[in-house]
Ligand binder design. Structure first.
Ligand code: SF4
Length: 180
């Protein structure tokens, strides 16, 4: 019964996500991302933390970021404290997660396959999610990224800006540390 209810909720969220902005204009304000997180939460927690990753987009790094880029691992943060990604890297590693800062969605997909990532806390903007809905298969078992199923927990960036962006950093920290 619980499983059927979850599945129903999942398909309602999937159906409503592309028309989210329209719904908001009509005054119907409910958080579909949070609903999605809630649906995937139990399965997310079942994946061993070492097979899970925290994935940040490049728009969160400082403009003067001194990190080098690796084609295997993305932006190699050296925790220089110019931005908060270093703090998140430290926390993620302390909690046992893999941690990556990625330059693009395509890179993230290949990374998930290469590193055998089965679950991820990912921050992204709504535009990328809406774009992803058109190309990725979203199932109750996770999102298909290059044929690799990844169970997501999502935190939206504050805006759609590929150069300089921001997130609720404290919320992200809670998502990383709370594995109950
Ligand atoms: S903390 Fe990491 S990501 Fe941020 S600017 Fe420094 S090296 Fe770059």
């Amino acid at each position: 019964m619980k499983k059927t209810l979850r599945k129903m909720k999942f398909f309602i969220v999937l159906f409503l996500l592309p028309i989210r902005s329209f719904l908001e204009k009509t005054g119907l304000n409910f958080d579909l991302i949070e609903l999605g997180n809630d649906i995937y939460r139990d399965d997310f927690l079942k994946i061993p933390v070492g097979e899970s990753a925290v994935l940040l987009p490049h728009c969160l790094i400082d403009r003067e970021c001194p990190a080098k880029f690796s084609k295997d691992d993305g932006i190699l943060c050296i925790k220089c404290n110019r931005c908060r990604c270093g703090e998140i890297k430290k926390l993620s590693e302390e909690c046992g997660y893999q941690f990556y800062i990625t330059p693009s969605v395509g890179f993230t997909k290949r990374l998930a396959q290469r590193k055998k990532i089965r679950a991820a806390i990912g921050t992204t903007c709504l535009y990328e999610i809406e774009k992803g809905l058109q190309t990725e298969r979203i199932t109750p078992q996770g999102v298909d990224l290059n044929k690799n199923k990844v169970i997501p927990q999502v935190l939206l960036t504050r805006e759609y800006n590929c150069l300089v962006n921001d997130i609720d950093w404290e919320r992200l920290k809670r998502m990383i540390t709370d594995r109950r």
